[in-house]
Design a protein around this ligand. Structure first.
Ligand code: MUC
Ligand code: MG
Length: 367
């Protein structure tokens, strides 16, 4: 169970169409596949998605920090020393997706070594999650057409609508068009990625008061501290902390400070080890949880559903597990499939996927 090497492999796969939102846009999945090797010949894998507009990481930066800083700290430890791994990596600030990919690749290697699914090792609550689909910025008719396709092809009936444009009517028109098209057959919530001010956010939420929204996420910057608290006090739906709360300490600060009343757990930024901490914190504080997406590929999505299905609290709501549908191709031997609006956790050892070597060779950027 001794870790003998860690690889960081940059790869790139195009999105069929860009995803646009208030803090940025994504055209290509320029991710890093992290592979943890052990002396038993086991390889555990996970992916790190650089999101400079959220965490400041870049693809080259992730490769460098894994190779130069984290690999030397982790090689030589065993798969059972996950808390030592966490402690050593924590000496370096930031780099959340690089650290998380190592953490999850270690868990994958552990599951493969023990011949057990990681989701069962974590909590084993269920083997599937309902899926929520994220709708990026476009005209109302185009966003409704995309939602129709997603309902028809995948049976998904929960949508997170990206908002945060100006004037706010651009976005409220989309949410209204979706509610008019689907009636009460779909669940809707909105994510502003900090695009609006506190007063714009409240005006928009009041305009949408009759649209039965589940949640609002990061409508305005949490750094506008008083404005954000004021907004949360005036909303009649929970405000989800996403990018304002990337660590357990941030979750505590934002929630106890009154700037959030629910939390997004993203395995891409908190791995399995810190996602477990955020989960326990949310359970202890009585917060609602949404399993979020960092615009993950299939490797990242398999990680997210393995974690989400492990606990009752994370599997209660639909999880954001469908961004990979927009990718041209992916790295798995057996692609993930969303059927009847659900994604199932594969009951194989580890996280539940196999990397296709031929595809990795095709998309890797370092050879
Ligand atoms: C989301 O939930 O915000 C877009 C930016 C980011 O950090 O994550 C995505 C989705
Ligand atoms: Mg968000």
């Amino acid at each position: 169970m001794k870790i003998t090497a860690i690889e960081a492999i940059p790869f790139a796969i195009d999105y069929r169409k860009p995803l646009r939102f208030a803090s940025g846009e994504v055209h290509r999945a320029e991710h890093v596949l992290v592979r943890v090797h052990t002396d038993d010949g086991v390889i555990g894998s996970a992916e790190a998605p650089p999101r400079p507009f959220t965490y400041g990481e870049t693809q080259r930066g992730i490769v460098a920090v894994v190779e130069d800083v984290f690999a030397p700290q982790v090689v030589g430890l065993t798969l059972l020393q996950r808390e030592v791994i966490h402690h050593r990596m924590a000496r370096t600030v930031g780099n959340p997706t690089a650290k998380s990919a190592i953490d999850m690749a270690v868990w994958d290697a552990l599951g493969r070594t023990l011949r057990l699914p990681v989701s069962d090792l974590l909590g084993g609550f269920t083997d599937r999650m309902r899926v929520s689909h994220m709708l990026g910025f476009d005209e109302p008719a185009a966003m409704v057409a995309e939602a129709e396709k997603v309902v028809e092809c995948h049976g998904i009936r929960t949508f997170k609508v990206k908002v945060g444009r100006r004037p706010v009517g651009l976005d409220t028109a989309v949410v209204r068009a979706l509610r008019e098209r689907f009636g009460d057959t779909v669940e809707l919530y909105v994510d502003g990625n900090r695009g609006w001010t506190a007063s714009e956010s409240l005006r928009a939420m009041r305009e949408m008061a009759d649209l039965d929204l589940l949640f609002a996420e990061e409508l305005n910057p949490a750094d506008d501290v008083l404005g954000r608290r004021w907004l949360v006090q005036h909303l009649d739906v929970p405000m989800i902390a996403d990018e304002s709360a990337p660590t357990p300490a941030d979750v505590t600060r934002e929630v106890l400070g009154g700037s959030a009343s629910a939390v997004s757990i993203k395995t891409a930024r908190t791995g399995f080890t810190d996602s477990t901490r955020v989960h326990h914190l949310a359970a202890g504080l009585g917060l609602e949880v949404v399993l979020g997406n960092q615009i993950d590929g299939q490797v990242g999505t398999a990680c997210a559903v393995a974690f989400g299905a492990a606990y009752e609290l994370t599997s209660r709501r639909a999880g954001e597990l469908s961004n990979f549908l927009d990718l041209d191709d992916d790295l798995l031997t057996e692609p993930l499939r969303i059927t009847d609006g659900e994604l199932v956790v594969r009951q194989s050892p580890g996280i539940g996927f196999e990397i296709d070597d031929e595809k990795l060779a095709r998309y890797r950027l370092d050879r």
